[in-house]
Design a protein around this ligand. Structure first.
Ligand code: ATP
Ligand code: MG
Ligand code: MG
Length: 287
């Protein structure tokens, strides 16, 4: 019993959530977590069984019910690390679905809440007209937001970082330029070139798996992240997480994930972003 409470406590210390609503996750049995149920994400977990991506996705243990609520039961990727450093990188050149943009346009009414959010981040964000009406439409806000971070120019952005000393940062909304992103990565890995090398190896394995994956070919992968984890023992892993917005294409349709997005082609820029991410880490290692 003493042993159990020790490991439970250790797990509590380890667990960190770098994105999403705090209420969306619950601790579960040893080494596993529960994420609020979504039918879409469940379907992705099921389709990935037997796919080339399987070794890079947290193991899925089915649907679980707690107090009348449903959850997806999956492996806690942090569990086997000792005081891990964790970083969430959201992949792709956009983080909304094409259908979300279409839906946002159906009600093009300028909104004051979005205007205020924009001004809070950037006084000069709104156009003169938006300033005078104190309102910004949803599609305009969605597209503006993507140009703030590196999503638009690098095809990935940093969502959050927790370091082993307990410090946590999620204020990367305006981290955009490659030199700035390199600096954040350098701070994340410290001076350990071995960690960078392990991350690069893992990323090239992921790249190969993505290119072999039927699942990847047939899905618009939006809002999915690569989760980087390393600790002082030298182990370093990267995992593919968050299929909340990963959407199957119509039968027979596929994506390149590398060519530019034009509305209608559903391209997500995932592979282009991954190449930029790999190059970013190479820059960290060569300095
Ligand atoms: P959002 O869509 O806003 O990104 P979400 O509700 O879909 O959030 P996720 O992105 O799946 O949630 O996860 C949120 C955070 O929880 C991740 O950034 C990561 O820190 C942590 N996390 C998620 N899944 C795992 C896992 N299997 N093991 C360890 N940590 C995880
Ligand atoms: Mg996420
Ligand atoms: Mg999500």
């Amino acid at each position: 019993i003493v042993h159990w409470s020790f490991s439970a406590q250790r797990r509590k210390l380890n667990w960190v959530q770098l994105a999403g609503h705090k209420g969306n996750f619950k601790a579960a049995d040893e080494g596993t977590i529960l994420k609020k149920f979504s039918d879409n994400e469940k379907q992705c977990f099921e389709e990935v069984q037997g796919d080339a991506l399987l070794p890079f996705v947290p193991a899925f243990h089915g649907v679980a019910e707690r107090d009348g609520e449903f959850f997806l039961h999956m492996t806690d990727l942090l569990a086997k690390f000792d005081l891990p450093n964790v970083m969430d990188c959201k992949m792709g050149v956009r983080t909304y679905l094409e259908e979300e943009l279409v839906r946002a346009r159906e009600r093009p009414k300028p909104r004051e809440d979005l205007y205020k959010k924009m001004v809070e981040v950037d006084e000069t964000g709104p156009t003169p007209q938006e300033h005078s009406q104190r309102g910004v439409t949803k599609p305009r806000y969605m597209q503006w937001r993507e140009t703030l971070s590196s999503t638009h120019n690098l095809g990935f952005r940093i969502e959050g970082i927790k370091k082993c000393d307990g410090t946590c940062r999620t204020d990367f909304k305006k981290t955009k330029s490659k030199p700035d992103v390199i600096q954040v990565f350098r701070d994340f890995v410290g001076r350990d070139d071995g960690i960078v090398k392990s991350y690069l190896r893992r990323l090239s394995e992921i790249r190969r798996a993505l290119q072999a994956s039927e699942f990847f070919k047939r899905h618009e992968v939006i809002g999915s992240s690569l989760l980087f984890i390393h600790d002082h023992t030298g182990s370093a892993e990267v995992w593919i997480i968050d299929f909340g917005k990963t959407t199957a294409l119509p039968e027979g349709q596929t994506l390149s994930h590398a060519i530019p997005w034009q509305e209608g082609n559903r391209e997500d820029g995932y592979l282009w972003g991954l190449d930029n991410l790999i190059h970013t880490l190479e820059c960290v290692s060569s300095q």
